[in-house]
Design a protein around this ligand. Structure first.
Ligand code: GLN
Ligand code: ZN
Length: 756
């Protein structure tokens, strides 16, 4: 059996691309050097795949920042504000990704959104009134040829026309339908070019097909591909779907002129039934997504081979594939030094997954596969007692009852109590938690990790950073302070490290956006808090000031969503276990005199099922309670904040309000404040701090700009309920831009306050 990889991670085993790009941004290396490093990485990635016998290797899965952005540039969807800067191609590209402020002008970045139900973010293409969609780039062709010249035949991959049009943003009365002709033309040209270049296959990624589709959507898809696939020459076209099943359009897509269809048999709950019920066209190749591209556990060969042999009854030709791009898993176990072998044996990262593809492919060709070593070894792993259990935690979860999820007294009443105790001005200013992680901060952490300094020395530094941070915030004049989160590398990993049941990796980075990678910890057993986690740092910060300092915690849903979860117990069970741990921390903070506690649920929406019909039953029915569990028994005067890294929660606005926090801050500046209408219409009870500027960009917002934003917010939000804060944590920013931005934020707030 042949095997295929939908896409491969690109930042490099040791994040080489990240470091090179950042050097380029700082002007430390030139464009040629960056290109050279990228080229080296691509070659390495193709060669690994070739070496492990993958037949369908992707090209153009590489990106300097994001594949959606690549596609936008390829299709000439470049807004005027970037064209006006008249930068070279690469810098225009980075300006779209990161925003630009400099000699050439000032242009905020494109909006960034979560890629379906992952923690990867894509840039939202902006189709402007005058945008002409047309083929206007060479990247996919160049990369294809680069591989070919290195002796590797690849299948170029592109975001499909449908997904592209569905995710793009349009100006006023325009819709996707207005761009059908132009995008069809561009895609036909792309097919023609690849056919001429000698490509055998091309892959169109159409994950938008696994979402709830309307009749119009299906019609759009058919219209697009009926035309794109006419006269496609010898080139074979693979329609690739992932992150779910295509239950709304299975019949439609199998009748179109694709040569191969890629389906996700892991996240797609109905995928197998669809194939069994409706059959699969004889002349097409089924790319069966069975090796998990999202989780890090070994694949069960037994289960996979059974599924494959069932599928053989329906499909003539099957290629074994990953369930989605391997972008969502780390590179390799090779560099993992802290994981113990007895733990490591359960895991498989991208490189190991290549080997799984190879082994399963070989096994499917053997009659006596059950006797083969690869099979026997794999089976053993699934048979042994896998996870350590903690009876006490299990018991605590089992004993939870309704009252554990309800905070008393109700919001309106406790709000008054809090107002009296906290004595905050109108439009209170604050930040989301972290302050810039400077070289010094990182150095302190790495020195400690390497054992070069002891815990005491490490903490002393942290205390010094905290002190400086508090002084700075007082100077700037913020109202609610934070300790700066200098002890955290990552808002989830840090908590994971302080909870039993977790295991950690050294180098298991996964791209989150652009040059930003995260290293999700792994839930290996029952989760339990061992000792207070943040209390000393928060208490110290509070001791330095009369102003309230927020205690900063990560919420259970986010901890769970940004970890690699177990596969043997339910997500709900894991979320409640973590919820209990955070609840204990909340209480200890309260006892230590912390008056405001922020429980971040940055990733709450991320795992909202792609299909509406699954929202409650599969997710919200336990996710919202898991959050409430953490704060249900705090004192009325303790103010609970939460934070979310996005503002598209119009659809679940009631559920967000139901988390019953006192204040919520969220991203808003990149998304044109549309959420404010929903907040107004739903009589949102929770006080709100919609971010007044974008922290994902180094750009400093001006006072006027922030005044403007605040005024727009005040049209929709009661002045008693509005908080003023940046979009998100400041850890990825530099000191200077942060200071300047926060000063402007406070100044703007003062101006607006005086006018109220
Ligand atoms: N409190 C966290 C910080 O400021 C929140 C980060 C996030 O929302 N991703 O860094
Ligand atoms: Zn955030």
């Amino acid at each position: 059996m042949q095997s295929a990889v939908i896409g491969f991670p690109r930042v490099g085993k040791l994040r080489e691309l990240k470091f090179a790009s950042e050097k380029y941004f700082r002007g430390e290396i030139d464009r040629e050097k960056l290109l050279e490093i990228a080229k080296g990485l691509r070659k390495e990635h193709w060669e690994w795949q070739k070496r492990t016998g993958v037949q369908y290797i992707s090209s153009n899965d590489f990106s300097f920042y994001d594949n959606m952005l690549d596609t936008a540039v390829l299709l000439n969807v470049v807004p005027e504000r970037y064209k006006k800067l008249k930068l070279n191609e690469m810098d225009t590209y980075f300006a779209m990704a990161r925003g630009y402020q400099g000699k050439a002008g000032d242009a905020p970045a494109l909006a960034m959104k979560k890629w379906f139900n992952t923690n990867y973010h894509y840039l939202v293409p902006e189709v402007e009134k005058d945008t002409q969609i047309k083929l206007s780039g060479n990247k996919p062709f160049e990369e294809y040829l680069e591989a070919k010249n290195a002796g590797i035949q690849t299948k170029p991959v592109l975001i499909g026309a449908f997904t592209f049009l569905k995710l793009a943003k349009y100006q006023r009365n325009k819709t996707a339908n207005d761009y059908i002709d132009s995008i069809v033309k561009a895609f036909k040209e792309i097919l023609k070019k690849f056919d001429d270049l000698g490509a055998e296959w091309i892959q169109f990624d159409e994950p938008a097909l696994v979402t709830d589709l309307t009749k119009e959507d299906i019609c759009l898809f058919e219209t697009l591909y009926n035309q794109i696939l006419e006269n496609k020459g010898k080139l074979k076209v693979l329609l690739q779907t992932y992150f779910g099943d295509v239950r709304d359009c299975y019949d439609n897509i199998v009748t179109l002129n694709f040569d191969g269809i890629g389906l996700d048999f892991l996240e797609g709950k109905h995928t197998k039934t669809l194939v069994e019920k409706h059959g699969f066209p004889k002349e097409k190749v089924l790319f069966a997504g069975l090796v998990n591209g999202k989780n890090i556990w070994k694949c069960s060969y037994e289960k996979t081979i059974v599924t494959l042999s069932d599928l053989k009854k329906y499909a003539n030709r099957i290629v074994l594939s990953t369930s989605c791009s391997l972008l969502h898993v780390p590179y390799t176990l090779e560099n993992e030094n802290i994981l113990k072998d007895e733990v490591k044996q359960y895991f498989s990262f991208a490189l190991e997954k290549l080997q799984e593809l190879q082994e399963i492919s070989v096994l499917t060709e053997c009659d006596n596969y059950k006797e083969q070593k690869a099979y026997v070894d794999n089976k053993k792993i699934f048979e042994q007692q896998r996870f350590f259990q903690n009876a006490e935690v299990r018991q605590q979860v089992a004993a939870l009852s309704e009252k554990d999820f309800i905070r008393q007294p109700e919001h309106a009443i406790r709000l008054n109590v809090q107002k009296k105790v906290l004595e905050l001005p109108i439009l209170p200013t604050t930040t989301i938690g972290s302050f810039p992680q400077t070289q010094e901060v990182k150095k302190n952490r790495s020195n400690y990790r390497k054992g070069e300094i002891d815990k005491n020395a490490y903490d002393n530094k942290i205390y010094a950073f905290i002190k400086e941070c508090i002084e700075k915030q007082e100077q700037i004049g913020l109202d609610v302070l934070v300790h700066g989160e200098y002890e955290r590398n990552d808002m989830v990993e840090f908590f994971g490290e302080n909870l039993a049941g977790y295991v950690f990796t050294d180098k298991a980075w996964v791209q989150s956006y652009g040059t930003r990678c995260v290293k999700p910890p792994i839930i290996f057993g029952d989760v339990k808090r061992i000792a207070p986690i943040t209390v000393e740092y928060s208490a110290y910060a509070q001791s330095l000031t009369k102003k309230p300092v927020k205690g900063m915690l990560t919420g259970p849903v986010t901890i769970l969503n940004w970890s690699f979860p177990r596969e043997d117990i339910s997500l709900k069970e894991m979320a409640y276990q973590i919820g209990i741990a955070i609840k204990e921390e909340v209480h200890d903070l309260e006892k230590a005199g912390i008056r405001i506690i922020q429980i971040d649920e940055a990733a709450l929406k991320e795992k909202l099922p792609i299909r509406k019909s699954d929202w409650y039953s599969e997710y919200l029915d336990w996710a919202i309670p898991a959050f409430r569990l953490c704060h249900s028994s705090v004192k009325p005067e303790t103010q609970i904040h939460t934070h979310m890294c996005y503002s598209e929660f119009n659809d679940i606005i009631k559920d967000i309000d139901n988390m019953d926090a006192d204040v919520i801050s969220f991203e808003a500046s990149r998304s044109k404040l549309t959420i404010l209408d929903a907040i107004q219409e739903s009589n949102f009870e929770t006080e709100v701090g919609p971010g007044v500027y974008d922290i994902h960009s180094p750009r400093v917002p001006s006072v006027e700009e922030i005044v403007e934003v605040l005024k727009r917010m005040l049209v929709k939000i009661d002045k008693e309920k509005l908080w003023v804060n940046p979009d998100c944590g400041l850890k990825t920013r530099g000191i200077q831009e942060t200071d300047a931005s926060l000063k402007n934020l406070v100044e703007a707030t003062n101006i607006v306050r005086n006018q109220l």
